[in-house]
Design a protein around this ligand. Structure first.
Ligand SMILES: [Zn+2]
Length: 180
């Protein structure tokens, strides 16, 4: 869920790539697992797709494939609970991967691709098509679940505060204004 995505991002120590870690960090092991899952998915295509031939279309298919393992209820527009964050009863709408999880996943795979010999120029995870896809998922899920953007922003503000604490201690009140 969303907590996972911001959690995995904040758990990365700012200087982790400079230091030699004793054990792989949670981020590193998660990245390795994600990369293996993606490699497995590509090998299971018929015919199997070598990673060098991987395009953003494969990546988007992969993200859709992951939805079957998702735990986030995303209501159809016709559902009576559409827009309700906490519906009082169950409904047949599908479960999907939360946008925040996909966003964090793409970030890890983008890094893993280049660490495994891919070039930034061919990196399918860095494609603008992926960004567009993720933005659509984010908007759909926000509307379907009635999540106000503020809620998400609050979590990001905490992250921003934590990383900027040292040099920007006094500007805590304005931190929600600039947020990427
Ligand atoms: Zn529903």
């Amino acid at each position: 869920m969303e907590e996972d995505s911001s959690g995995s991002r904040t758990s990365t120590h700012p200087d982790h790539h400079q230091m030699q870690p004793i054990a792989p960090s949670r981020y590193e092991s998660q990245k390795r697992r994600d990369w293996n899952t993606f490699g497995q998915y590509m090998r299971n295509q018929r015919p199997p797709v070598p990673l060098s031939n991987c395009t953003f279309n494969h990546v988007i298919d992969f993200l859709r494939y992951l939805d079957q393992f998702g735990k986030t209820k995303v209501h159809h527009q016709g559902c009576m609970f559409y827009g309700q964050p906490e519906p009082p009863a169950s409904c047949p709408c599908p479960l999907q991967q939360a946008w925040g999880s996909l966003d964090a996943l793409i970030g890890r795979l983008r890094a893993a691709y280049e660490e495994n010999g891919g070039t930034p120029e061919t990196n399918p995870f860095a494609s603008s098509a992926i960004r567009v896809y993720l933005r659509e998922v984010k908007m759909c899920q926000a509307k379907a679940r009635g999540i106000p953007y503020k809620k998400k922003r609050k979590a990001d503000t905490i992250t921003a505060l934590r990383t900027k604490r040292d040099d920007e201690q006094s500007s805590a009140t304005s931190s929600s204004a600039h947020f990427s």
